[in-house]
Ligand binder design. Sequence first.
Ligand code: FE
Length: 249
Amino acid sequence: MDSRHPTRRTRRAFLQLCAATPATFVLAACAGQPAASPTPERAELAPPTNAPPTLASPMPTPPPPTPAAPAAPTQAAQAGALPPTPACGDDDEGTPAQTEGPYYTPNSPERTSLLEPGMAGTRLLVTGSVLTTDCRPVARALLDFWQADDTGVYDNVGYTLRGHQFADDQGRYTLETIVPGRYPGRTRHIHVKVQAPNQPILTTQLYFPNEPGNDTDRLFRPELLMEVQDAVDGKAARFTFVLQRVAEP
Ligand code: FE
């Protein structure tokens, strides 16, 4: 069945990373999460002993992507005046990695909308692309998002406000969610793991501009700011992920 369904193969491979990843990552990412933590900021701000994994992905080889035309180099500029991340083509710098924090839950459902009936909070539509440092779209890149709810609380039992998806053949993604609430020690943010096929996982966080908490959150990095605008029914944000590719054997 898997051979006929690259999405499932890719997802399974991603999930298999939990079993194939060094112990530090397994402990942080794959172990069951506590139902709640009274000191979330402390755990998330702790020195990142769970440093970003440097594993070689066992992900099966996906179907060859559509021959990639270089993405428009002005993509970031088109979305607004503030480039939210190191732009592709500038150099070999990619989107910075950040700590995973204590609230990642593996095996999230595949979905592009994290909205649920009755969910409180300001609607947020995040769109963007996954590109390589040489400006090529990463077809079928895996993106796994998780975030706090409107009151700053994570669902560590179920999968509320958690979900993974695959970018399209042009590396584009869309996420429907809400603006996450703040919690002690942390400014407003969204967690995400991004993985190109057969490439390492980038774990990072996305931030909101003009947040008072940005100045006091020592994890905050301006390179990870989304471009956020008011929309008819909430907010619309853009972010372009730039992934560094590692040499394949
Ligand atoms: Fe967090």
